[in-house]
Design a protein around this ligand. Sequence first.
Ligand code: DC
Length: 230
Amino acid sequence: MSYKTNKIIIAIDGHSSCGKSTVAKEIAQKLNYIFIDSGAMYRAVTLYCLRNNLIDNGIVDIPNLMDNLGKIKVYFLYNPETRHNDIWLNGDNVENEIRLLAVSQNVSPVAAVAGVRHLLVDLQQEMGKSKEIVMDGRDIGTVVFPDAELKIFMTAKPDVRAKRRYDELTAKGEKVSYDEIMENIIERDRYDETRTESPLRKADDAIILDNSYMTREEQLQWILSRIEEI
Ligand code: DC
């Protein structure tokens, strides 16, 4: 069934690896809206840092990164094969590379850099100018679109999230351990929630969705019902 709505912005924030992008993509398809995975943008900048030795052992070379910020072009292009928008970094399709554990392990300190956030928030706000957008991230309902018509704060128990991410990465052939992933998820949550720049927090007017014991279909229906309500 396809849904007809007024033009709205849907902001989905929440903890790492709880399926925000998956459900955001499904909602966008149902509504014929644009879907933007803002985390992919922070991951792409992190990949740029890794490729250009701007991060070492979790320490970002901020002055050098600031000098190079103008050279970092992050954008989405439609992929007719998958029928999704892939993320590109300076002429390379990096949709798969940004999901590697090495990127996950370095993204938090990069996402904490104020200059990086300003650059990406500007791009995100530009993408939402004509509404009809579903964006997921950490600060979408609080900073990027504080006036979004629907704000959802997603979470799930850490062990459930780690298991899902482990299954996803091992299915792609990446050699990772469950413990390593669990550690990364806990560490990223801690980092996201305690950083000074736009920390992860629930917007006062966001509704909580804990999907620990929900199927994908159940959570999709749950969000569609919230959309119908507004
Ligand atoms: O959604 P994700 O796990 O792919 O995001 C990767 C990282 O980017 C995450 O650890 C925190 C950061 N992030 C952020 O700070 N703000 C956003 N709007 C989206 C992601």
